[in-house]
Write a protein that binds this ligand. Structure first.
Ligand SMILES: NC(=O)c1ccc[n+]([C@@H]2O[C@H](COP(=O)([O-])OP(=O)(O)OC[C@H]3O[C@@H](n4cnc5c(N)ncnc54)[C@H](O)[C@@H]3O)[C@@H](O)[C@H]2O)c1
Length: 326
C-alpha cells in the first residue's frame, strides 16, 4: 500500500485531502503544528474522525524542524505539502510569517523529502502568484505573472524552490495553483465564512469595493480530486516540475456571491461598502486546459451547488438542526 505524507493535515484543505486518501486506501501520515492563525479547536474538529481512522497517523510538528519532519515522512512514497500561512491581507500585516512559513516552510519540506529519498512532491501554491494578470484566463505559463501581495510572492518563491529541487535532486513535483477554495470546514478568515456569520446574526457585512470584483471559487471536493490526480501524475514521472491551475474558469462577482448567500439564509444582507483592500486582485479566473489534459482534472461543482453544502456544515457548526431553514 502506498504511504503518503500530508503537511497541513489539520487545516481546511488538508483534512479533506487526508480523508480522501484514507478512503482511497492510502496509508497517511499527517503533519501539522496547529499554527495559531486560527483556533486550534477548529483544526481538532476537522481531524477528530480521521484520528480514529485506520491508516491515519498524526505527527504534531513544525515543518521547519527538518529532522522531526524527516522522521515523520520516512518511508513515504510522496509528500503533499499543504502547510503554510494563507491569507492575502494577513500577509500585508505580517509579511515575515508568509516568507518564513510559505517559502521557508516549503524549502524545509523539500529538504526533508530529499534527505529521506522521497522522489515525489505535490505543493499547494496559489492563484495569488498571478496578481492582476491582464489576460482573462490565467495560464500557468503566464509571462505577466506578478504577485501583488507578500503572500503571492511567498508562494511564487516556493514554486521556484520546487524548480530547483526538481532539477538538482530529480524529484517529480506538481505545484497546484489553487483558486479560492470553499466548502465544509472553510477557514474562518475567508469571505464566505465572514459573510455567512454576518448575515446569520443580522450584522452588517463589509463589501470591499463596488461588488464587481470576481473570484474563481472552487469547491473543495473538486480540489481534492485535483490533488489526488497530481499524486498519480508524480508516480509516472522520474523528475520534472509542472505547475497546474486548480480552478473552474467560472469567476463569480462579489455582489452575486452576497446575493446568493442572502437567498440561502432567507435574509437580506446588510451591506456596508468599504474601500478595496491593498493586495486584493480585481479578478481571478483559471485556465484549466493543462490540468484537464494532463491530470484529467474536471471540476463540476457550481457555486449554486457548492454554497448550500457549505451552509449545511455552517449550520451544523452553529447549532442548527440539519436542513432546517432559518
Ligand atoms: N484555501 C484557499 O482558498 C487556498 C487558495 C490558494 C492556496 N491555498 C494554500 O493551500 C494550503 C492549505 O490552505 P488552507 O486553506 O487549508 O489553510 P489552513 O490554514 O486551514 O491549513 C494550513 C495548515 O497548515 C498548518 N501549518 C501552518 N504552518 C505550519 C508549519 N510551519 N508546520 C506544520 N504545519 C503548519 C496549519 O496549522 C494549518 O492546519 C496553504 O498552503 C494555502 O496557502 C489555499
Amino acid at each position: 500500500m502506498s504511504k503518503v505524507a500530508v503537511t497541513g493535515a489539520a487545516g481546511f484543505i488538508g483534512s479533506h485531502v487526508c480523508r480522501a486518501l484514507v478512503a482511497a486506501g492510502y496509508d497517511v501520515v499527517g503533519v501539522d503544528n496547529f499554527d495559531p492563525f486560527y483556533p486550534r479547536r477548529i483544526k481538532e474538529a476537522a481531524i477528530s474522525e480521521l484520528k480514529r481512522a485506520r491508516g491515519f497517523a498524526l505527527v504534531e510538528c513544525d515543518v521547519a524542524d527538518v529532522e522531526v519532519l524527516q522522521r515523520a515522512i520516512a518511508g513515504s512514497d510522496v509528500v503533499i505539502h499543504l502547510a503554510g500561512r494563507p491569507g492575502v491581507r494577513d500577509s500585508i500585516v505580517a509579511p515575515e510569517f508568509h516568507s518564513r512559513l510559505n517559502a521557508g516552510g516549503t524549502l524545509c519540506a523539500l529538504e526533508a523529502a530529499r534527505k529521506e529519498g522521497v522522489q515525489r512532491f505535490v505543493f499547494a501554491s496559489s492563484s495569488s502568484v498571478y496578481g492582476n494578470a491582464v489576460d482573462y484566463l490565467f495560464r500557468e505559463d503566464e509571462t505577466a505573472a506578478e504577485a501583488i501581495s507578500p503572500y503571492g510572492a511567498s508562494k511564487r518563491t516556493a514554486e521556484l524552490l520546487c524548480d530547483i529541487y526538481s532539477a538538482l535532486h530529480g524529484i517529480a513535483i506538481a505545484s497546484l495553483r489553487l483558486f479560492s477554495v470553499y466548502g465544509p470546514g472553510l477557514r474562518p478568515d475567508l469571505a464566505i465564512q465572514k459573510f455567512s456569520r454576518a448575515i446569520d446574526s443580522g450584522e452588517p457585512l463589509f463589501q470591499y469595493g463596488s461588488g464587481d470584483s470576481q473570484r474563481d471559487y472552487t469547491f473543495v471536493s473538486d480540489v481534492v480530486r485535483g490533488v489526488l490526480a497530481a499524486v498519480g501524475w508524480t508516480e509516472n514521472r522520474s523528475a520534472g516540475h509542472e505547475i497546474f491551475n486548480l480552478g473552474t474558469s467560472r469567476p463569480i462577482a462579489l455582489s452575486y456571491l452576497i446575493r446568493l448567500l442572502g437567498d440561502l439564509f432567507g435574509r437580506t444582507p446588510i451591506i456596508e461598502v468599504v474601500a478595496e483592500q491593498p493586495g486584493d486582485v480585481r479578478r481571478t479566473c483559471a485556465d484549466i486546459i493543462k490540468s484537464k489534459q494532463i491530470l484529467g482534472y474536471d471540476p463540476h461543482v457550481t457555486i449554486e451547488e457548492g454554497l448550500p453544502l457549505f451552509l449545511e456544515w455552517f449550520r451544523e457548526q452553529n447549532g442548527y438542526t440539519k436542513n432546517v431553514a432559518c
